[in-house]
Write a protein that binds this ligand. Structure first.
Ligand SMILES: Cc1ncc(COP(=O)(O)O)c(C=O)c1O
Length: 330
């Protein structure tokens, strides 16, 4: 039932649910690549997605090319007739960079490569990768789809042919199955997904502007703001700016932690898409496995924070952030 409802929501032909989002990402890739293939992906990915591409695929003879996913010339130059898949997140974790789904799908399809989009940050409500040309969409259902931090889950959606002939045998024989109980939890989550995402986007828009005006903040990254470096692409492929905001404090790690520890309403946690607002320090958590040079290149600095907006009252969130950040203002 969870798979069927996700098929309707996404507009896909078929789907298989998995035990976690990482199981979905892993299966979407490993079910179809073989030694001698080539995979292209941006460096701006969740640390575990990057780990699969950078560390696991090459061990099995798959060549990889990591690029700046915001630059279409780099996509064009990276693909070859051996490229079997391209993989990307948009918006990406944690700096909310966007990848042009339609343009990259055109580039990939010209060499016969499949396009896999990790649509977690956008949710099925704000962005429709299949309509824009992608072949496969993956979700960590642990995030907005569950929405209340109750369970792990994931799902891969695509064509009947890919799901039945390639994905399903891989999942059946390797075993990352979603438990029936968690499928029930995720179905409960789907019942309120639209309401939660709409409310969280309303709040995120207000909080992004609040942070944008705050003297302790060096920069705010929110696809719904006009100062996002890809604001026009955001308007083109996303219905709204998402429920996540990233921002950079002027201070170093110690000062950033000082502010985090003053928060009373917003929890420090790596999860996102939850009913509770959650804040993460990517450098020391979600991206701790990424090497220092790549972190610097991706803008994952000591002062970078990723905020997932929950369902609390917007005024309470402003008060909480305002108090936490007041320690940074002279
Ligand atoms: C973009 C992205 N993809 C996949 C995952 C993995 O999801 P899960 O925690 O359900 O394995 C995450 C988790 O943070 C994520 O942010």
């Amino acid at each position: 039932m969870f798979e069927n409802r996700m098929i309707l929501l996404e507009g896909a032909e078929a789907a298989r649910a998995t035990a976690s989002g990482m199981a979905a990402v892993n299966a979407a890739l490993l079910s179809q690549v073989k030694a001698g293939d080539h995979v292209v992906a941006p460096k701006a990915l969740f640390g575990s997605c990057l780990y699969i591409i950078e560390n696991i695929l090459p061990r099995f003879g798959v060549d990889i090319t990591l690029i700046n996913g915001t630059d279409l010339d780099q996509w064009q130059n990276a693909v070859t007739d051996r490229t079997s898949c391209v993989f990307f997140e948009t918006p990406s974790n944690p700096t909310l960079d966007l990848v042009d789904i339609a343009a990259v799908s055109d580039i990939a399809h010209k060499v016969g490569a499949k396009v896999i989009v990790d649509n977690v940050f956008a949710t099925p409500l704000l962005q429709k990768p299949l309509e824009l040309g992608a072949d496969i969409v993956v979700y960590s259902a642990t995030k907005h789809i569950d929405g209340q931090g109750r369970c792990l889950g994931g799902i891969v959606l695509g064509s009947e042919e890919f799901v039945e002939d390639t994905l399903a045998p891989f999942l059946k024989h390797t075993g990352p199955a979603l438990s029936p109980f968690n499928a029930w939890n995720l179905l409960k989550g789907l019942e309120t997904l639209e309401l939660r995402v709409a409310r969280q986007c309303d709040t995120a828009e207000e909080i992004a502007d609040f942070l944008g005006d705050h003297p302790a903040i060096k920069r705010v990254m929110y696809p719904g703001r006009d100062d996002h470096s890809q604001a026009s692409l955001a308007r083109q492929q996303m219905a709204r700016g998402s429920t996540l905001i990233s921002f950079e404090l002027n201070g170093d790690q110690e000062k950033t932690f000082q502010s985090l520890n003053r928060l009373q309403l917003i929890d420090i946690s790596n999860n996102l898409g939850d009913a509770k607002s959650l804040i993460t320090h990517p450098m020391t958590t979600t991206h701790s496995s990424v090497d220092d040079a790549t972190k610097a290149e991706l803008g994952i600095t000591e002062g970078l924070l990723r905020l997932s907006i929950g369902l609390e009252d917007v005024a309470d969130l402003k008060d909480d952030l305002g108090f936490a950040l007041s320690s940074q203002v002279a």
